[in-house]
Design a protein around this ligand. Structure first.
Ligand SMILES: *[C@@H]1O[C@H](CO)[C@@H](O)[C@H](O)[C@H]1NC(C)=O
Ligand SMILES: *[C@@H]1O[C@H](CO)[C@@H](O)[C@H](O)[C@H]1NC(C)=O
Ligand SMILES: *[C@@H]1O[C@H](CO)[C@@H](O)[C@H](O)[C@H]1NC(C)=O
Ligand SMILES: *[C@@H]1O[C@H](CO)[C@@H](O)[C@H](O)[C@H]1NC(C)=O
Ligand SMILES: *[C@@H]1O[C@H](CO)[C@@H](O)[C@H](O)[C@H]1NC(C)=O
Ligand SMILES: *[C@@H]1O[C@H](CO)[C@@H](O)[C@H](O)[C@H]1NC(C)=O
Ligand SMILES: *[C@@H]1O[C@H](CO)[C@@H](O)[C@H](O)[C@H]1NC(C)=O
Length: 674
């Protein structure tokens, strides 16, 4: 009885589905626009919200389900059952469907899988079993049977330890992508991947691998990507995975990396050795096409390959584009290290102890675009006459550099971006006489550096350099877009120091310079949009006129009492953001500003800290609480007094008039009686 009822019910659903399937293409656009087709009901419809159906995909994530809904439409391709309560994965829990293409069972409580469940799922390509309790299943030593068609299998976060993956991988002929990350595997056995010969990509990230048996990956002729990051590997000797393109060994304890000594070609493109314990530069394959090498956060003290000089066999890294050796203990890098690095684009050697960096040989590093030398202890930096032709960005932050060859940047024909903050540079003056070469030595302070006539330079950071003066015309013929001069307290800017930047400068940063009066006319900088003048001693606004295009202005933490109303009006048409907190503003002399904040589109992000001083209040008043009325009180009372006085005067006059009239009348009356 019950069976026939459910049978009829099932038929009904099937025919509804068939009609729906016919309609779906017709209604496709409506479906997208509306809330979606009728939802499916899980077994307990009275308690649970429904699954979402989008054509052939069914999404039942996060519904506290123990199994798939019984009324799954035929031909469903994707079933997302992630974040539910499935414990026993069987035909029953999958509603006896077997034509899935993608099954997502991430984050359930699966501790049992019916053997051979996937054997007849000829279309099942993607199977996500991550974050379950498959270690419990593995303990029963049962094989899940063939993964006939599965190409991508995710077994991450299942508490699996060494050998347990065998029960899942024994017969997986189509598997190309496998994740075993975040398990507890300590050893990769020689036969670990025997049953999955098609693997292309394996992730073993975040395990505790100490040992990889010889030949463990040898049967994998298609393997190109191997992620062994975040494990406990201490050394790699005889590296011989010729087909591998990406190898991630980051976050292990590797002290030694040694490639097989052979002339066979290696396909390796990416090698990540960051966050290990390497003392020496890795011994890389002689015949290589390596493009990306990260050895940052190790213990390199030199670029030597090993402690003994005879082992310094030169490896040609002619395809290398990215080299990161930051956060090591390098004291120097010999120029010869860069021989043959003809493709190198990015070199990061920041956060080391390098005191001198020289590239003098013509044609060395012919493709380099970025050099990051920040946070070293550079005393000298030298680039030869025709080197560094392609260098666009140079980072020299935090080096305490005091002297540089004064034309060093003029010799970099592609330089666009210069970070020089936290040094001790002195800027050369650019006088008329500068054009006479013989005068140069007398003209400039020794070791000063010149920024004029660097026609490619757009971004210049000079904060924290103890700059004392900014002479006139120092940026002539250098079309800067951004200039950062902040944190140079006491900086004395010549009134013509920014001459030459009239049509290029967009960002100007002058914060924390202890400036009390700007003697540079910023309104001449026609392209200027963003100005930071915070934390100075300014008592008045720089003047701007209607032609200004300032969009953001930071005046926080100055000594501003009264804001010039005409400047505020001039700024108003372009200004979008204004920082004004921590100034001793006078409430009633800045009603124009108050208006502007209330009526225009200007955003004042620090409005909470914008206060003003009012004689009626002991504490500064937040500008948002200030009303115009609070400033008109005294006006009103004088008005009242004037009115009162006038009224009294009128009354007295009237009284006098009345009195006179009366006395005349009386006289007249008197005469009348007379
Ligand atoms: C899992 O379900 C199958 C089929 O419903 C059943 O035969 C088996 O005993 C169950 N196993 C466990 C461990 O619950
Ligand atoms: C491989 O699987 C991982 C997770 O298991 C997934 O994030 C990744 O997109 C898959 N890659 C390919 C190429 O299928
Ligand atoms: C290597 O793995 C680490 C840690 O998982 C990751 O941050 C890094 O991006 C990976 N490197 C590459 C080249 O993919
Ligand atoms: C690196 O090798 C050179 C030349 O063999 C040697 O002079 C130098 O001491 C080595 N440096 C280190 C730190 O081993
Ligand atoms: C090193 O610098 C390069 C370029 O500046 C950057 O891409 C990379 O992320 C830096 N490395 C680290 C570890 O921050
Ligand atoms: C320079 O490298 C350091 C790592 O050493 C990194 O933090 C910094 O962001 C890099 N600088 C730039 C501008 O890429
Ligand atoms: C800032 O300037 C004032 C004079 O305007 C001076 O007394 C003070 O010492 C300066 N502070 C610093 C840190 O330079």
């Amino acid at each position: 009885m019950i069976w026939s009822f459910s049978h009829i019910y099932h038929q009904l659903i099937m025919s509804t589905m068939a009609v729906l399937q016919l309609l779906v293409p017709l209604l496709a656009s409506c479906v997208v626009a509306s809330t979606g087709p009728p939802p499916l009901h899980p077994p307990h419809p009275q308690h649970l919200p429904p699954c979402q159906v989008v054509q052939v995909d069914v999404f039942c994530s996060d519904l506290s389900l123990r199994s798939a809904p019984v009324d799954l439409p035929p031909g469903v391709q994707t079933l997302d059952l992630s974040r539910n309560q499935v414990q026993n994965l069987s035909q029953e829990t999958l509603a006896y469907h077997s034509d899935f293409h993608r099954l997502n069972l991430h984050s359930n409580r699966i501790h049992f899988i019916q053997p051979d469940l996937f054997k007849d799922m000829m279309d099942l390509k993607v199977l996500d079993l991550s974050k379950n309790h498959l270690n419990v299943f593995a303990l029963s030593k049962i094989n899940i049977g063939p993964l006939t068609a599965v190409e991508s299998l995710d077994l991450s976060s299942n508490g699996l330890y060494t050998g347990m993956s065998d029960y899942f991988l024994a017969d997986s002929p189509s598997l190309t992508n496998l994740s075993l990350s975040s398990n507890s595997i300590t050893k990769i056995a020689q036969n670990a991947f025997i049953g999955s010969p098609s693997l292309v990509k394996i992730s073993l990230h975040n395990n505790v691998i100490l040992e990889i048996e010889n030949g463990a990956f040898d049967s994998l002729h298609h393997l190109t990507e191997l992620d062994l990051s975040k494990n406990s590997i201490t050394c790699i000797t005889n590296f011989n995975l010729y087909k591998l393109e990406v190898l991630n060994l980051s976050k292990n304890s590797i002290g030694l990396f040694q490639s097989a000594s052979t002339d066979n070609w290696f396909n390796l493109l990416y090698l990540d050795l960051s966050e290990n314990k390497m003392l020496y530069f890795p011994s890389l394959p002689r015949s290589n096409v390596l493009e990306y090498l990260d050895i940052s956060r190790n213990r390199l003290q030199s670029t030597n390959v090993s402690g003994s000089p005879e082992k310094r066999a030169k490896v040609i890294l002619s395809k290398l584009q990215f080299l990161d050796m930051s956060y090591n203990q390098l004291k120097s890098i010999p120029e010869s290290f860069f021989c043959f690095m003809s493709s190198l684009k990015v070199l990061n050697v920041s956060n080391n102890c390098i005191d001198s960096f020289t590239i003098s040989v013509d044609g060395l590093l012919p493709s380099v675009k970025v050099i990051n030398l920040s946070f070293n202890s550079l005393q000298s930096l030298t680039f030869g006459e025709s080197t560094m032709q392609t260098l666009e960005k140079l980072f020299l932050q935090g080096n305490n550099l005091a002297t540089l060859d004064h034309q060093i940047f003029q010799r970099l024909p592609s330089i666009r971006y210069l970070q020089l903050q936290q040094n001790n540079l002195i800027i050369c003056e650019t006088g008329e006489k500068q054009h006479a070469p013989s005068d140069q030595n007398q003209e400039h302070p020794p070791g000063c550096v010149s920024f004029s006539s660097v026609p490619t330079l757009h971004f210049l950071y000079l904060s924290e350099n103890n700059l004392q003066t900014l002479p006139a015309n120092i940026f002539a013929n250098t079309p800067l877009k951004l200039l950062d001069l902040s944190l140079n307290p006491g900086l004395d800017m010549d009134k013509d120091s920014l001459t030459g930047l009239e049509h290029s400068l967009v960002h100007l940063l002058l914060s924390e310079n202890n400036i009390s009066r700007l003697n540079t006319d910023l309104s001449l900088l026609k392209s200027l949009k963003h100005v930071d003048l915070s934390t100075n001693q300014l008592t008045s606004l720089p003047t701007w006129n209607k032609e200004s295009s300032i969009e953001s202005l930071n005046l926080q933490n100055n000594n501003l009492v009264t804001l010039d109303y005409s400047t505020m009006v001039a700024l108003e048409h372009s200004l979008k953001t204004l920082y004004m907190g921590s100034n001793p503003l006078n409430c009633c002399s800045n009603l124009g500003f108050l208006h502007m904040v209330k009526r225009s589109a200007v955003v004042v992000p620090d409005i909470e800290t914008v206060t003003c001083v009012h004689k009626d209040f002991s504490e500064p008043v937040n500008i948002e609480r200030l009303t115009e009325g609070m400033c008109h009180e005294s006006g009103t009372s004088t008005y009242l007094i004037v009115c009162l006085v006038a009224l009294i005067a009128v009354i007295i006059m009237l009284a006098l008039l009345v009195k006179r009239c009366l006395s005349r009348k009386r006289k007249r009356n008197r005469s009348f009686t007379a």
